[in-house]
Design a protein around this ligand. Structure first.
Ligand code: HEM
Length: 215
């Protein structure tokens, strides 16, 4: 029954010339994939010689990738005309936040030994850590107000609050870039920065086009 309705919805969308609607299960599969991958790697001893460092870094990369996926939803919606994509945005955003929390917890426990004084010193001593913390500060209110109740309560303010996604993304990629500066290895952060510039640039162009008066 459920399969039939899914197929007919996909067919209806194809008839309208759009891409088929993406079922939520695909979003959950993407969101849970990193977690599953770590479990499999841990089971088969594939976490490398320093599993803790591997997990700190891997959680950071997945947090960033899922944040970018969240930012890609709106441009994709405009390009494909698939309005229902917006339903996947909140899930992707929450998965991005979930991996950010794991990343920070992993740093706090494995890198700083769970000592608040050591965490506090690190925040001020290593610039890339301070910038990462600022990104987290931007992400917390977004995750906290992601429920329907908060959307209703905040009204127009909700949209304004959610503009914090932009500084959060910029600070996150800066965190990545500054972290790699110590290793003189900029390729990956610059690729992420280029994708972010593309995603944000597309929004600016789209809004500018829409605001132009019709001739
Ligand atoms: C309080 C906030 C944060 C702290 C304390 C923190 C801490 C760290 C640490 C300790 C590393 C590894 C450094 C090393 O191996 O030398 C790292 C790397 C990284 N972090 Fe964060 N981070 C924070 C926030 C974020 C946020 C918000 C994001 C993205 C959403 C992020 C993404 C990354 C990425 C992509 C890497 C590099 C991974 C790699 O090189 O493969 N971090 N972070």
């Amino acid at each position: 029954m459920a399969t039939r309705s899914l197929t007919s919805r996909a067919a209806a969308s194809a008839r309208r010339g759009g891409i088929p609607r993406i079922p939520s299960i695909c979003t959950h599969a993407c969101g849970l994939f990193p977690l599953l991958r770590w479990v499999v790697l841990a089971w088969f001893g594939g976490l490398g010689v320093n599993p803790q460092e591997f997990l700190i870094r891997s959680s950071g990369i997945w947090a960033l990738a899922l944040l970018w996926a969240t930012l890609a939803v709106t441009p994709l919606r405009w390009l494909t005309g698939q309005g229902s994509l917006v339903r996947q945005r909140r899930k992707l955003g929450l998965y991005a936040f979930f991996y950010t929390v794991l990343h920070v917890l992993a740093w706090a426990v494995w890198d700083r030994g769970g000592a608040p004084a050591a965490m506090w010193t690190d925040l001020w001593q290593r610039d890339f850590i301070g910038v990462g913390a600022l990104a987290v500060l931007c992400l917390v209110p977004l995750a906290a107000t992601s429920t329907q109740g908060w959307i209703r309560r905040l009204g127009r303010g909700w949209k304004r609050l959610h503009l914090l996604i932009y500084p959060a993304a910029c600070l996150s990629v800066l965190h990545f870039d500054w972290m790699r500066a110590g290793k003189n290895d900029f390729l990956e952060p610059r690729v992420y920065a280029a994708i972010l510039a593309l995603l944000l640039g597309y929004r600016v162009v789209h809004r500018w086009r829409r605001s132009r008066p019709l001739r």
